[in-house]
Structure formats: structure tokens, C-alpha cells
Design a protein around this ligand. Structure first.
Ligand code: KG4
Ligand code: ZN
Length: 379
């Protein structure tokens, strides 16, 4: 297996159609992401049926563009990689069917990648690019996105990586809470970036939210699904809703909704102009509570497992306050913390091609029968 192998990665697990060519697990020759935000924006969330259709429309041109920008061809790349799960089954199937057809026709190897492993490899890819990167184990990774809030202990065994899930959300993912609160307040979709922007203009101490409680311990959770360091974000969404009702904010929300209807993708400044102080304070307080909870629970897990290195990755890792807080609080504990660049925090295919590279070296190729797994577990 050539160690400078170039892999074309394909990612279609949610609402981005993405393809990228990455060589040796670190040299990114191209990284194309076609976003469906405008399609889902009117619904305030991803509509699975529409996502599959958009992937079908975009997959061929996106892959062609990734090859062209990389100066590569279908024949010249050494292998193909595709996200197998977790994600929306119909969306995953578009990337998988296309990757299977391509590799069958070309007689090239196909590698399946777990989307969450992709997010972890986004960090490894960029740290390898900087050179001199030696992970100090134990390595703890927080994967925090629209679909996941998971803590993994990651270990390298030879070329391969193995993972142990030690924490997860019991209900909503952190990104889902951002998206649902943004929808409730008529701030647009996706909620994370706009709340990140607006929160800087509000008082983070104005509204007090009770810290998220994990009420039931592991009671009722099957033994193989039990983890020690869990999160929960459905309560804060309900608390925001209750605050909106109690403070009579419905009218101002409806007015904002009307003003933004028909504006395809509003600029953050446009949304800011439509927010009163009460809304900005609520948004600032929501973000502060989310960040406090994510940072404190993750650092607690890092202490419990005596971690030396912390990766924070996934769409929510793009959050500016979360980055600052992790940097300052982790440093205080002597923990090295790493994030992907913002471009590689949210969904992309460079992370899929990078995660496939160790599997390529280990000749860990997909069998022709594999299919999409909406709830694929990372081990
Ligand atoms: O990783 P990703 O692109 O897709 C999933 O695998 O889910 O993450 C998307 C999620 C969305 O919920 C979005 O609102 C959130 O990441 N997000 C953010 C920020 N940018 C994206 N959340 C908080 N702050 C941000 N700056
Ligand atoms: Zn993701």
C-alpha cells in the first residue's frame, strides 16, 4: 500500500453533499461542500426527504469538482471512502450507492467510515499538517454536533484507532438545542452560528437556567448502552419556551418571523436589528448555560480518565465562546486541547478521507454487501 495514497472521500449523512481528495491522511488537495441550508431554512430544520433529493442532485457534480480541483481523476486516486453512518438513512444511501457503483466500475477499493470517527480525524488531519504532532494518551474526544454529543476515549493500536464511548446525550444533542431554540425565537436555520453571533450582544447572566440534570442515572438503560458522563439538552429548550410564554415574547417573535420571511439567508446583522434586549439577553444566557454544561461535564470526564489530550470537534465546536472556555479551563488543568479549523468543524468529506487512511494502510476494505446504518456505533 503506498503511504502517499490519495483517497476520495464522500459524505452525505445529513444536509451537506461533500467530496474531498486527501493524500497520506493529511494533504488536502480539495474539499468541496455543497450546503442545503437554503432548502431546509423555511422549515427550521433538516427535512430528510428533501435532503436525499438534494444529495441525488448534487453528488455527481460535487465529486467531479473535488477531482478537478485536486488535479486528479477517477483512475488516479488510490481508493474511495464513504460515510456509512450514523445519519439519515436515505441521505447516507445516496453517497453509498454512488461510491459502490464507482468502485465496482473502476475496480478500486472502498472504505467505510463512521461519521463520528470522521469528526475526530478532522483534528488529527490538521495537527498532522502542522507537523511534530504526537498525541499524548489517554485521548478524550468530545464530538458535539446537530446529531451528537458524545465523549470517546480514543486509542491507537498499530495503524488502527479504537474508541470507547464514555458519555452521550440522553435526549437532544447540543446542536439540536441550538437549532430548536433558534427556531422557537425565529432567528433562522441553522441556529448555532446565529446564536453564537447574537449571544455577544446579550447579558449572559440575565436569565438563570437550572443546570441540566441527568435525572434517572442509568436506571432503565440497557447495560451495553450505559455510559458514565452523560449530557441532556431537552430541558433547556423547554425552559426557553417557558420563559418566552411567561415574558410575553410571542408577539415580538412573530414580528421577526414576518420580517425575515422571504429573506433567503439573512445576514447576522439583519437578524440583530430585529432583536430586542430581552431576546438578546435570553440568547446570551442560553449560550452561557450550554457552554458551562459542555465544558464542565467534559473536563470532569477528562479528570476521571486522567486524559492528557482533549479534542473538541463537530459543528458546535465552531462556537467561539465554547472554544475560548475550553482553551482557558483546560489549560488551567494542564490538558492540551485541540479543535479543527471552523471549515473542518462542520460536516465535510476531508475528514472522511483522512479517517479512511489508516484503514487503507491496514487494507480494511468494505464488503460489497454493506449498507447505510442510521445508528452506527463507534468502537
Ligand atoms: O457537524 P455538523 O455540521 O452536522 C452534524 O453532524 O450534525 O453540525 C451541525 C450543527 C448544527 O446543529 C449547528 O447549529 C451547529 O452544528 N453549529 C453551531 C455553530 N456552528 C454550527 N453551534 C454553535 N455555535 C456555532 N458557531
Ligand atoms: Zn457531523
Amino acid at each position: 500500500m503506498p503511504s502517499d495514497a490519495c483517497i476520495l472521500g464522500i459524505e452525505t449523512s445529513c444536509d451537506e453533499t461533500a467530496a474531498a481528495v486527501v493524500c497520506s491522511g493529511k494533504r488536502v488537495l480539495s474539499n468541496v461542500v455543497s450546503s442545503q441550508i437554503a432548502v431546509h431554512q423555511p422549515y427550521g430544520g433538516v427535512v430528510p426527504e428533501l435532503a436525499s433529493r438534494e444529495h441525488l442532485r448534487a453528488i455527481v457534480p460535487v465529486v467531479r469538482q473535488a477531482l478537478a480541483e485536486a488535479g486528479q481523476s477517477y483512475e488516479s486516486v488510490h481508493a474511495f471512502a464513504v460515510t456509512q453512518g450514523p445519519g439519515l438513512a436515505g441521505a447516507l444511501l445516496v453517497g453509498i450507492s454512488y461510491a459502490k457503483a464507482l468502485t465496482f466500475a473502476l475496480g478500486k477499493p472502498l472504505i467505510t467510515v463512521n461519521h463520528l470517527e470522521g469528526h475526530i480525524h478532522a483534528v488529527l488531519l490538521e495537527e498532522r499538517q502542522k507537523g511534530n504532532f504526537q498525541v499524548e494518551f489517554p485521548l478524550l474526544a468530545l464530538v458535539v454536533s446537530g446529531g451528537h454529543t458524545h465523549l470517546f476515549l480514543a486509542e491507537q493500536r498499530g495503524e488502527s484507532w479504537v474508541y470507547r464511548n464514555i458519555g452521550r446525550t440522553r435526549d437532544d444533542a447540543a446542536g439540536e438545542a441550538y437549532d430548536k431554540v433558534a427556531k422557537l425565537l425565529a432567528l433562522g436555520y441553522p441556529g448555532g452560528p446565529i446564536i453564537d453571533f447574537l449571544a455577544r450582544h446579550g447579558d449572559p447572566h440575565a436569565v438563570r437556567f437550572a443546570p441540566a440534570q441527568i435525572k434517572h442515572g442509568n436506571r432503565g438503560v440497557p447495560r451495553d448502552k450505559q455510559t458514565q458522563h452523560d449530557f441532556s439538552y431537552s430541558g433547556i429548550k423547554t425552559a426557553v419556551l417557558r420563559y418566552v410564554e411567561l415574558e410575553g415574547m410571542r408577539e415580538s417573535i412573530a414580528a421577526r418571523q414576518k420580517a425575515l420571511a422571504g429573506v433567503g439567508k439573512p445576514r447576522p446583522e439583519q437578524v440583530l436589528e430585529l432583536c430586542d434586549k430581552k431576546t438578546l439577553d435570553l440568547v446570551g444566557s442560553f449560550q452561557r448555560t450550554m457552554v458551562n454544561d459542555l465544558v464542565s461535564k467534559t473536563l470532569e470526564a477528562a479528570r476521571a480518565h486522567e486524559s492528557r489530550t482533549l479534542f473538541v470537534t463537530g459543528g458546535v465546536a465552531a462556537n467561539s465562546e465554547l472554544r475560548q472556555r475550553f482553551e482557558s479551563d483546560a489549560a488551567r488543568e494542564g490538558l492540551n486541547v485541540y479543535f479543527p479549523s471552523r471549515k473542518l468543524s462542520t460536516d465535510n468529506a476531508a475528514m472522511i478521507a483522512a479517517a479512511a487512511y489508516p484503514k487503507y494502510l491496514a487494507e480494511d476494505f468494505a464488503s460489497p454487501e454493506f449498507s447505510a446504518e442510521a445508528s452506527l456505533v463507534l468502537r
